[in-house]
Ligand binder design. Structure first.
Ligand code: GDP
Length: 452
């Protein structure tokens, strides 16, 4: 018995079409109460996945919309339960009224991610694929979406399942020898499994390594642009934003506040904060802006330090360069190369690029430098690890398997090898959801949107 959940899956903005979704034992019965096909038969008389035209009515029988409905019976549906979907006109008012009518017949509001959680709990998809659903929705670049689609198609699960099954062979053979001493079972020899463990280790190692680029692929690089007032920071930002305005977002603040933009540079998604300058100030508002700038700089994995190349550099410029040198990665941008030859630069370990926001000089070079600093792995779609939880589980599996291999090589007793093998299996099981704890599962689905 599962209670029936319902939600608007398309958000609450006005749009051409709005979709309402239901899942649970009563999903189809409820459709018979709110949706009346033009052909006269009730929805429950229609086969699965047929799109049916009809009238949507509220609990009093008043027509709310003329729309389409489709049903899928358990277990052949997204969630594995009875499901129904109404494709209405995209008016938030209509959708809200329809949802109220559906609630009045016994459904309840779905929680964030609850449809996908049910799909996971009912064995319709494993946990790594379920997480890929959220990743596709959140993807901010086409590359990130393609990788998530590969994971939704099971790219991670296939790799992990292969390794898990090899480790299961080790564990089951060991237990068989121990539990059935009288049976004619081949002796458990660790040498026979050495190559299995080292192959599994190198496969997991490759996957883990892809996380460095994968993290950037899915979440972008936190970056900060720093420099003296009038160094040319805002102009640079505008010049680079011109390349890819579609994904620009603005978090508004006062002019002395920090501004965050998402943009692509050299194919890398940057979450770039235009800082308010770093000078000491008596002005309270400006001081807050400077504080935020410092925080943004501390959190940045890439700092772009801008100095005005058309003027003599000052101590403040030198200070800015020194701050940038402390960042995990940084580039020195010498601006306004169109009006004067760059100033004499102080000694620095940073790569310097001359740029002009007016002519565009140096911007390609800047893109190429960012790409070099944050390479996206060239793995097939789906085989780039983008998820911190999964990366952490793989790391644990790797260290358990390294310990198992070490135990094999130093001639430890098989039970030690077995303990490590089994903890590697537990860690890998967390990726696909075989061994994951309920509280972890709940946390994972909380990050989904309502209706998915
Ligand atoms: P910010 O205070 O660091 O954000 O600097 P702005 O981007 O506001 O630029 C300060 C001044 O320098 C403005 O008058 C810009 O027009 C000018 N400027 C910025 N970049 C360039 C450039 O590449 N070439 C030229 N010729 N002027 C620039």
């Amino acid at each position: 018995m599962s209670d029936t959940i319902a939600a608007i899956s398309t958000g609450m903005q006005v749009s051409a079409i709005g979709i309402l979704r239901l899942s649970g034992d009563m999903a189809i019965d409820i459709m018979d109460k709110v949706f009346f096909p033009r052909g006269g038969k009730p929805m429950s008389a229609y086969p699965d996945r047929k799109l049916v035209f009809g009238e949507l009515k509220d609990e009093k029988g008043d027509t709310l919309d003329i729309c389409l409905c489709t049903i899928s019976r358990a277990p052949h549906s997204y969630t594995g339960e009875n499901t129904a979907e109404l494709q209405c006109h995209g008016s938030p008012t209509v959708l809200r009224a329809a949802l109220e009518a559906i609630f009045s017949f016994g459904a309840r509001q779905a929680l964030p991610g609850e449809f996908t959680k049910r799909a996971f709990l009912n064995g319709r998809m494993d946990l790594s694929s379920a997480e890929a659903v959220a990743d596709i929705i959140d993807a901010e670049t086409a590359e990130a979406a393609k990788n998530a689609a590969g994971q939704l198609g099971g790219a991670i699960s296939r790799r992990i399942d292969g390794i898990y099954s090899a480790l299961t062979d080790i564990s089951s053979h060991y237990h068989a020898v121990l539990d059935y001493p009288d049976e004619d079972i081949e002796d458990f020899r660790m040498e026979n499994y050495k190559s299995t463990v080292s192959e599994a280790l190198s496969s997991l190692g490759r996957l883990y390594k892809s996380y460095e680029g994968g993290r950037v692929l899915q979440g972008g690089v936190p970056a900060a642009i720093i420099g003296r007032p009038n160094a040319g920071k805002s102009s640079l930002l505008n010049a680079v934003l011109g390349y890819d305005r579609a994904i620009v977002t603005n978090i508004p603040g006062t002019t002395r506040d920090t501004i965050e933009e998402k943009l692509r540079l050299g194919g890398v998604l940057l979450r770039l904060t235009d800082t308010a300058g770093l000078r000491d100030t008596e002005d309270e508002i400006e001081r807050l802006g400077v504080e935020r700038s410092r925080r943004a700089m501390k959190e940045a994995e890439l700092v772009l330090a801008v100095v005005d190349g058309s003027r003599e550099l000052t101590d403040e410029d030198a200070e800015i360069i020194r701050e940038a040198e402390k960042a995990p990665k940084a580039l020195l941008l010498v601006s306004k190369s169109d009006i004067a030859k760059p100033a004499v630069l102080p000694e620095t370990v940073l790569d310097a690029i001359e740029i002009s926001s007016v002519t565009g000089e140096g911007l390609d070079e800047l893109g190429a430098a960012v790409k070099r600093l944050f390479p996206i792995p060239e793995s097939p779609a789906g085989e780039i690890l983008t998820n911190a939880r999964q990366a952490e589980a793989i790391k644990r599996a790797i260290s358990a398997m390294e310990a198992a291999l070490g135990a094999m090589e130093t001639g430890c007793t098989p039970d030690i090898v077995l303990t490590e093998t089994e903890s590697a299996m537990t860690a890998l099981g967390e990726l696909t959801g075989r061994t994951v704890r309920e509280d972890v599962t709940n946390r994972i689905f909380q990050r989904f949107c309502v209706g998915k």
